[in-house]
Design a protein around this ligand. Structure first.
Ligand SMILES: [Zn+2]
Length: 304
């Protein structure tokens, strides 16, 4: 039992290097950029082959195929952790990679692998294949617009200002870690970048969002954007060496692992103060902090 259910247990054991993480904003954006770079936008889907029906949400494989065959891909973008496929006639398809979903391009004649669940054919020999060892990833067509409408603001958008972020934080009273993971509060963050942002801002993950001071809000806003931009620059975070970790469409590993300051670094020294990084569980999620840089403030709030 690696995961403890109480909310504040310290655990200095080494995390298993192959333990899974989900693609977050920088990883999904890297995949979208790769899909665009392969020249898929502007191409028409000629056929769809569903090899495992569970990959398609709320639609039978036949209906999925019928809906997509003959549609042109106008553009591919990202919203939160979704890949958004803008098809002609205003149709939207979403892909959520969940833990181990990934795309790769293959020649149509190449034999399918065991974990290749969906294949999109285009004119010519090119085929886009969806591969997912854990099978949690999903394609959505029905309800896609409703799903997008429920999401919180994009942290790297111009509209996401420290002032608006502060209003959202202080009108809620929740622990920072689960709140920042909540996609309806803020889009795109997951376990890696939340831990990194809270360390960068020097904030404890169980601080209440309602109790943050103005300078703390500004710091957290800046730190979230900073760690996401760094992740994007490094084309995502790939942990471990197994085939179930994050890879881009081109099969490249993200380089951001070397720049992580606390995530899965428990037992190692904090890069800022040399105190030992610890692992704790907050809201049932494994959380990594520097106990010296991310102190809980005194109840009288003097260190705000
Ligand atoms: Zn520290």
């Amino acid at each position: 039992m690696r995961r403890r259910m109480n909310t504040c247990a310290y655990d200095a054991r080494e995390a298993h290097p192959e333990r899974k993480t989900m693609p977050e904003l920088p990883e999904v954006q890297t995949v979208v950029d790769d899909l665009i770079a392969t020249g898929l936008a502007g191409q028409t889907i000629t056929d769809v082959h569903v090899r495992w029906p569970g990959s398609i949400a709320a639609l039978a494989p036949k209906a999925f195929r019928r809906t997509l065959a003959g549609r042109r891909i106008d553009n591919i973008t990202r919203r939160a952790k979704f890949i958004v496929w803008h098809l002609d006639e205003g149709l939207t398809m979403l892909t959520h990679l969940r833990m181990t979903g990934r795309f790769y391009l293959a020649n149509r004649d190449t034999a399918f692998g065991r974990h290749d669940h969906v294949a999109f054919s285009f004119d010519g020999q090119q085929q886009l294949r969806y591969h997912d060892t854990r099978k949690f990833g999903r394609f959505y067509i029905a309800n896609s617009d409703t799903m997008l409408a429920r999401l919180g603001p994009e942290p790297l958008s111009r509209q996401f200002t420290a002032r608006r972020f502060g209003q959202r934080l202080t009108t809620r009273r929740r622990h920072l870690k689960p709140l920042l993971l909540d996609q309806q509060f803020l889009a795109g963050l997951g376990n890696i970048y939340v831990d990194e942002a809270l360390w960068d801002a020097g904030l404890h993950p169980t601080r209440s969002s309602a109790d943050l001071g103005k300078s703390e809000i500004r710091r957290l806003h800046r730190s979230i954007r900073k760690v996401l931009r760094r992740g994007l620059r490094n084309m995502g975070t790939t942990l471990g060496t197994g085939e179930t970790t994050f890879y881009s469409v081109a099969g490249n590993r993200g380089r951001n692992k070397d720049e992580l300051k606390v995530f899965r670094r428990h037992g190692m020294p904090c890069p800022r103060c040399r105190a030992t990084i610890v692992r704790m569980v907050v809201g049932q999620r494994s959380t990594h902090i520097c106990p010296a840089c991310q102190k809980m403030p005194l109840p009288d709030g003097h260190d705000k």
